[in-house]
Structures are given as C-alpha cells and as structure tokens.
Design a protein around this ligand. Sequence first.
Ligand code: NI
Length: 254
Amino acid sequence: MQFFDSHSHFNDEKFENDRNEIIKLIYKEKVTRTVCVGYNIKQSELAIKIANSVPYIFASVGISPNDIENFTEEDLKKVENLGVKNKVVAIGEIGLDYYWNKENKEKQKEAFIKQIEIANKIEKPIIIHTREAVMDTLEILKKYPVKKKGIFHCCPLNKELIKEGLKLGFYISFSGNITFKNAKSEEAVSLVPDDKILIETDSPYLSPEPVRGRRNDPRNVIYVAQRIADIKNKSLEEIAEITFKNANKIYNIN
Ligand code: NI
C-alpha cells in the first residue's frame, strides 16, 4: 500500500529545521509521492529546489490569492518560466480567497485569470484555492476553460461547488477538513466518484483528527484516506490505490 499526498508544503518555514528528516520519514511510512505546492515566487522556487533533490516529490508554481498584494507582470512571467521547469506538474495554488481578503476582489480575479492563461499556454493543470468565493470561482472557470483541468484543493464542503466542479472535469481533493465527523463531510465525499477523488494534507496546516493542533505532515494523509474509506464503504487499500492513480493522472506523472 502506498499514498499520494496531492498537496503539501515542504517549502513552508515550519519545516525549516527538520525538512530532510520528515521527507525521509514520509517515504518509510508509505507516502511515496507528494506535490510541494508554491504560493508565491519565492516559495515556488523553493518547491522546485526540493523536488529536484527528492525523486518522490514534485512541484507546482503560482501566486495564491493571499500573496498577490504586490504582484507584477514580471511575476507572471516568472510563473511561466518556472512552470516549464523539470518536475513542475501544475500551476498553483491559484484562485480566490474572500475569507482573508475581501478588499481586492478584482485584483484576485485578474491574477487568477492570468495564471489560467499561463497554464493553458504551457499545458499544465491548475491547483485551485477557493474560500468563500464559490460563485466567482465557478464563473471564471466557465468563462476561461482550463485545457488540462485541475484540482479543487482542500475542497470546501459545498455541494454546489463540488457538483459544478465535477461537471467542468475537475478533481476534488479532500484534506483534514473531512475527518471531523459530521453530515456535511459525508455528503461531500459521497458526491465525488472514485475516478475524481484525491487526498491531501495541505501540511504543515490543517491537521486531521486525531492529530489536530499539531504540525501536520504528509504521513497524516492516511487519516483522510481512512475517513473516505469509511464513508464510501471501501477498504483503506482501495482508497490508497484509487487516489494514487488519480493523482498521477491529473499531474501527468508516469
Ligand atoms: Ni496549500
């Protein structure tokens, strides 16, 4: 059995002191693939550096809606240049976040659209971060179709978003947010067919039950997989295999 954590951040400063140690441990504990996700230029460059030094880690590059404060045309050029580098499997995380930032919605939309255009130009899927911005996110995706599709990362447990996202051909990635036992997470997971479901940790943030409150790392993706297995009435092995296959497919990894 092996797991693919579709979204983690070994580039985060919380891993500064023991990054190499944890990277070795995850492989030992069967998390044999993960994508180190960028959210600004500096962290995207670091994601590539990490991916280049570890065979089982891949990278994505992009500017998140919470990092666009001073973004320039030059930064977009950099996203494109980094996007074509070896081991970069997606553009992201990109999207809209009206929870943390409601003052600059137009600017967020502009950055999102321009990075979709980059993804289409270099033929990569996108990793979407969306928070309290369901309608605007869907509107942009309908107006600016993404050629290679992508992933709703840490997908909000919103039925409308999941249904529409699936119709658009996107994958749905669940994180620790489904491990809290409630009807909403059961409903959300049940909506996603086996060939479109992914698991992630978004570590070092969002620790699942039962390790809530501690620093998260990709080893905890097993709790997300177990929760999906319980809801879908399948074995942990099956969910590990399905999500491993799906992640390789969307990220175009052999
Ligand atoms: Ni993230």
